[in-house]
Design a binder for this molecule. Structure first.
Ligand code: TXA
Ligand code: MG
Length: 344
């Protein structure tokens, strides 16, 4: 398949009709969003949605998020809308927040993978919203990476994973947030955070009061344990390089890194630490700037691979604010390998 590549800078671009047409007629189209790039298909067309799984190599039991452009699109997709959903929508939609709600019958099994619930998000990226409007239907869209790889934050990342496998890629510039949306289920009491993202736990609690944090957010599921969100059980976000998370001071980290061959080992650190290492370093921003870490993390993991490094030693961020999302992604990229130098 020849993949069409379109650069779209304005939500008024006349080519949006062509993109909408492609989606309406069952095509696959990678679209920019403020979190990461999504691989979109008509959410109400089970056959179109199944093609997403094939292009990504995604496990068949991992359900998709349905994207809408306005609140009026929500009621037909769900069985009921609790007050909490309206409150969250008012506070954080459009934006990097996904709500799990009881699903309506029109949601094909290919989207919900047999669950009685459906994930819904209203993205804030103006091109994403214009594409949903042009398609005239809600769009199912997982991140537009090959399953297991770091999520794409630029159209070039998507091209590397999806060229020849999908109908089109829309380049709308670099994703602003850089990690996927926060996923919260409103089908439990209290609501529960399933995946941390750009909307922080504190922001959720401001609106909802009590919010539980699923143990899979920072912990590893034990064999056979049933996850609350199917996506949590899969190996995720992994570059080819072996990733290890390192906790400790800059000096401890620099000392620890010496046992690895310099040319084969990349250091992922914070601004100001670079000079302590003999290795190639990639900074993800100032030590306490969670937004910067989120913006940079997937691009850095992909860059480590394009440079052919065998190992990436990553200075472990904290768990406050947006850093909880960064830590969640890095723990998975590292397959939970954490070296704690504080305890030496
Ligand atoms: O920011 C985002 O959310 C991006 C952009 C493209 O919008 N999309 C994204 O989709 O990250 P994906 O498929 O990579 O992640 C969706 C996550 C998975 O972990 C999946 O298991 C979970 O949401 N999920 C979807 N439907 C669910 C449901 N009904 N119940 C629990 N978890 C669900
Ligand atoms: Mg994904």
């Amino acid at each position: 398949m020849q993949t069409e590549f379109l650069q779209i800078q304005s939500p008024d671009d006349a080519r949006l009709a062509h993109i909408g047409q492609c989606l309406q007629s069952g095509g696959l189209c990678a679209i920019p969003t403020e979190t990461v790039y999504g691989l979109a298909a008509n959410a109400l067309d089970g056959e179109a949605v199944r093609k997403i799984f094939a292009a990504k190599g995604r496990p068949q039991d991992n359900p998709l998020i349905v994207h809408i452009a306005e609140l009026a699109q929500l009621p037909p997709l769900v069985r009921e809308i609790p007050d909490a959903a309206y409150a969250l929508a008012k506070a954080y939609w459009p934006g990097p927040l996904t709500m799990i709600l009881p699903k309506a019958d029109c949601i094909p099994d290919a989207v919900s993978c047999g669950l009685a619930t459906v994930a819904i998000r209203m993205p804030s990226h103006p091109i994403a919203r214009a594409i949903i409007r042009a398609a005239g239907v809600p769009l199912a869209a997982p991140s537009a990476n090959t399953s297991g790889k770091p999520s794409p934050t630029t159209a070039q990342h998507v091209l590397r994973d999806m060229d020849g496998k999908i109908d089109m890629i829309v380049d709308g510039g670099q994703s602003d947030v850089g990690v996927e949306s926060t996923v919260v289920t409103l089908c439990t009491d209290p609501p529960r955070l399933l995946r941390p993202g750009g909307i922080t736990l504190r922001q959720l609690r401001t609106v909802l009061g009590a919010v539980d944090v699923d143990k899979a957010v920072l912990g590893e599921l034990t064999a056979g344990e049933k996850p609350s969100s199917p996506g949590m059980k899969y190996k995720h976000y992994s570059p080819d390089a072996d990733v290890k998370l390192v906790k400790g001071t800059t000096a401890q980290f620099a000392q620890y890194a010496k046992q690895y061959p310099t040319e084969k080992t990349a250091i992922v650190c914070f601004d100001g630490e670079e000079k302590e290492f003999e290795n190639v370093t990639f900074s993800i921003g100032a030590p306490d700037d969670g937004n910067a870490h989120a913006h940079a993390v997937f691009d850095v993991l992909r860059t480590v691979d394009t440079h052919g490094f065998e190992t990436a030693l990553v200075h472990c961020p904290g768990d406050d604010g947006v850093d909880l999302a960064v830590l969640n992604r890095l723990l998975r990229a590292a397959a939970f390998q954490v070296i704690d130098l504080h305890s030496f």
